[in-house]
Ligand binder design. Sequence first.
Ligand code: PEP
Ligand code: MN
Length: 337
Amino acid sequence: MIIVMKPGAPRDQIDHVMERIEKIGLVSHPIFGTRRTVIAAIGDKHGRTFDDIEALPGVERVVPILAPYKMASLEVHEERSLVKINGFSFGGTQIGVIAGPCTIEDEATTIETARAVKAAGAVALRGGAFKPRTNPYSFQGLAEEGLKFLAAARDATGLAVVTEVVSASQVDLVAKYADVLQIGARNMQNFLLLQAVGEQEKPVLLKRGMSATLDEFLFAAEYILSEGNQNVILCERGIRTFEDHTRNTLSIATVPALRERTHLPVIVDPSHATGHATLVPAVSKAAIAAGADGIIVEVHPRPEEALVDGAQSLDFETFGRMMKDLARIADAVDRSL
Ligand code: PEP
Ligand code: MN
């Protein structure tokens, strides 16, 4: 159920409603909007009615939540959520670009990339220190040393850093260095990992699993939200199909379809979606035109030398040109870069 409070209902009335919800065995999650507060009451209702809750001071009405993912649903939270990263808000009118190498290789290259993507207008640096590789013999990342290089790049540029966490036992370690914790496609249904990132405060960038439906994607987000962390950014990165001319198949329709269902910011990863650097600029433009709140894109100073994913990484010059084009697309859809 959603308990919609009257505009301006004071905090003691909100607390009182939450106490009553908890008393009947449901979990209450307040969502503070700019105009009014709504409280999601989650759990098994056992056929109970809510007339008594509706009669409490400050309550405007009680409405059932129809979507199975309660907290991620637009029904509970009609205003779009803003996820703040280092002063930048994903989900607002500005488009956010996260850019950097697939994997962290060394300190100098990381800082060189951070400086270049910042100069071109990126709001955060990406780069994996723990890499979920299909082949166990492939480079697995520099682990904590890579996290230190990311932190050094943040110190040098002021950019926020986004990096992947692959196991629940490493959440504290990664959160010590990162500004945003990325959950990769291969871990979208690692429920213990989702719960672990939901229990801590750093924002989470959740990638769509390569065979996940949108409902499954939103249930994965719900795992994080229901643990208390409201700062989740969804990332469409393409799914596995019979098609093999691109690394994955990107459905651009996912962007407006997610925006119809959820208040969470939605971004697109054109690099893993396509697997080819030549396709990345056009797909990035399409994502922004379709309503995405941003992109996360692989950029490397010398893609031909990249340890991982060089074929889909943009060089600095192409990235700079693409950013200029993205600004024009953003303008055309009443947004800015
Ligand atoms: C990545 O962003 O580095 C990555 C591994 O992507 P995905 O989880 O989408 O495959
Ligand atoms: Mn990659």
